[in-house]
Design a protein around this ligand. Structure first.
Ligand code: SAH
Length: 331
């Protein structure tokens, strides 16, 4: 999955195959920018401060966020510098057009160790998962060989464990029966641990929007999207976007174990409505001709309605322990 997605993001325009919230409505990036500005105030206005985005795609979210920040939060604007975490050279070139003054990084590791506000939309679902299948009272791991799935006992001499992490401790206790699939996403948990350590040590907060259940659950969620529709994940590796549901429970635990505080996850529709998606959309729509105005309102509804993107997508905030509850997460 890691190699297929690296090839996919390096060579293709993913937005031919799927669309994302910032591409659906400019209001999404704008209100996330204001979320960062208000959270910066709650953190005591640390300066200088990094505004970081992980997996910025075309750079649309950050461009919209910066426009709103410039307009509504000049002090935050003056204190911040923009850092983008992106592995695809092709997407970096697009991001450079949208956000000319950013600094790029391959991973969180090289982002300077300073107070930060981090945003990430549909970043975690692109990170590679490992799948374990319950067979009797033990687990086998699912591998891909010659475009087909094979299951191997993890003690098999053929198995090279790509990470030193003791993954076996992350698996639930095997129960009777067979066939259940459990997924772990080591890069996501590693990202949470690095971020959690930073947030424990310095003022900062991070906001993740992505799709998946609120807590760890069984099930095979690997999917491929190509030309705006489902595709076979094992066909034409590198030509389709491979994603898996985000395990928000495991991700949040990775960060809290390192000393950060988690708020949520809560449904995206609830979060976006609380932080003003519809108010912002109304203001934008008022200045537009009727067709454009209707399109903006329809876009906001698509992001927030429970049977569309509002419930499967979740919002999770990770914060410095001294940070009051950030906007949208008040209970
Ligand atoms: N956030 C954007 C794009 C989502 S697509 C939006 O909402 O439109 C996933 C993004 O994550 C792409 O920019 C992709 O190149 C990037 N990405 C995928 N794997 C990555 C990794 N391991 N490290 C950094 N970026 C990655």
């Amino acid at each position: 999955m890691a190699r297929a997605n690296a090839a996919y993001y390096a060579a293709r325009d993913p937005f031919v195959d799927f669309t994302t919230a910032p591409e659906i409505s400019q209001a999404f990036g704008e209100i996330l920018g204001l979320w960062a500005a208000i959270t910066w105030e709650l953190l005591g206005r640390p300066a200088p401060v990094l505004l970081v985005e992980a997996g910025p795609g075309r750079g649309t979210l950050m461009a919209d966020a910066l426009r709103a920040i410039r307009h509504a939060a000049p002090a935050f604007c003056a204190a911040l510098s923009v850092h983008l975490i992106e592995t695809s050279a092709r997407l970096r070139a697009l991001q450079q057009e949208a956000v000319p003054n950013a600094v790029w990084h391959d991973s969180l590791e090289t982002v300077p160790d300073e107070p930060l506000l981090l945003l990430a939309n549909e970043f975690l679902d692109a990170l590679p998962i490992r799948q374990f299948v319950r067979r009797g009272d033990s687990w086998t791991e699912r591998y891909v060989i010659d475009s087909g799935f094979v299951e191997m006992d993890s003690r098999s001499p053929c198995v090279r464990t790509p990470s030193p992490q003791p993954w076996s401790s992350s698996l639930p206790k095997p129960a009777r029966g067979g066939g259940d699939v459990f997924e772990i996403c080591e890069p996501a948990v590693d990202f949470a641990a690095v971020l959690g350590r930073r947030l424990a040590a310095r003022p900062g907060a991070a906001l993740f929007l992505d799709y998946g259940p609120s807590d760890s659950t069984m099930g095979d969620s690997l999917q491929a999207i190509r030309d705006a529709g489902p595709a076979d994940p094992l066909r034409d590796a590198g030509f389709a976007d491979l994603t898996a549901h985000v395990d928000f429970g495991a991700f949040a635990r990775g960060a809290t174990a390192a000393g950060a505080v988690a708020h949520g996850p809560i449904p995206q529709g609830v979060f976006l409505s609380r932080i003003g998606l519809f108010q912002r959309t109304d203001r934008l729509a008022r200045r537009q001709p009727p067709a454009r105005s209707m399109a903006l309102i329809e876009a906001a509804r698509r992001l927030a309605e429970p049977d569309r993107m509002g419930r499967l997508f979740k919002a999770l905030a990770l914060c410095h322990p001294g940070c009051p509850t950030p906007p949208g997460f008040e209970s």
